[in-house]
Write a protein that binds this ligand. Structure first.
Ligand code: ADP
Length: 228
């Protein structure tokens, strides 16, 4: 099973993806987290994309496709995976389509979280993330138990691309480059959900959708032999 979490910055992808990962026990590929790790580790790629990401720009398709290819080639991805943050352009969607066809994987299930712009802006301005466990908090709507600290004890960080002027640029880029990806999938296996609700409600709906899909893909248990 391939699950794509889709939606603008702040729609809740980073909140829902670890919950889905734990529940389904499938690998999570969160491209934004992978890129931020490259920056923290001062790799060649990380140094090359640091200022672009801080300004809210997109990393090039070629680099992203290479990153996806490398990660999905690992053994744990053989049966499927969950992706948060890719494909973000139609070119990336075409690349993923070829890759999954080559590997004989089923068409992706696209979970699209829809949220009004005002709420996106509010969520992004209060967002604080843990670099260690990746949990996303919000100082207004979902504060940690201790101010400034993730509930796992590690200091929370504010992303430098969550500054208001950068957020505007990211939302515009999303509208121009990423929204067309939904048209590319043409509504097939696409589910648009109201992402304005409490995260538990959104998660329940996602579970319902994916459970109905699992019924189709899970091999039926062989009938038990009646012979003694
Ligand atoms: P959000 O969904 O809130 O924008 P992410 O953590 O998914 O946050 O992504 C942060 C940044 O990482 C993006 O603004 C972009 O610069 C870069 N990025 C992540 N995934 C991709 C991708 N598939 N293609 C291009 N750039 C990407």
């Amino acid at each position: 099973m391939i699950v794509l979490l889709f939606g603008p910055p702040g729609c809740g992808k980073g909140t829902q993806s670890p919950r889905i990962q734990q529940w389904l026990e499938i690998p999570l590929i969160a491209t934004g987290d992978m890129l931020r790790q490259e920056i923290r580790s001062r790799t060649r790629l990380g140094r090359g994309i640091e200022s672009l990401m801080a300004a809210g720009g997109y990393v090039g398709d070629e680099q992203m496709n290479r990153m996806l290819l490398r990660r999905t080639s690992q053994a744990d991805c053989a049966q499927g995976f969950l992706i948060d943050g890719y494909p973000r352009t139609v070119n990336q969607a075409i690349f993923l389509e070829r890759l999954r066809e080559k590997r004989g994987l089923p068409a992706p299930i696209v979970i699209h979280l829809q949220v009004d712009e005002d709420m996106l802006l509010m969520r992004l301005s209060g967002r604080r993330q843990c670099a260690e466990c990746k949990r996303v908090h919000n100082i207004f709507t979902n504060p940690p138990r201790v101010e400034g600290l993730c509930d796992c004890g590690v200091p929370l960080e504010e992303r430098n691309d969550d500054r208001p002027e950068v957020v505007r640029a990211r939302l515009q880029l999303y509208a121009e480059q990423t929204n067309p990806v939904l048209d590319y999938y043409g509504g097939q296996n696409c589910y648009t959900l109201d992402g304005m609700r409490h995260q538990d409600e959104v998660f329940n709906e996602i579970q319902g959708i994916l459970e109905s899909q699992l019924v189709h893909v899970r091999p039926r248990r062989p009938a038990r032999s009646t012979r003694g």
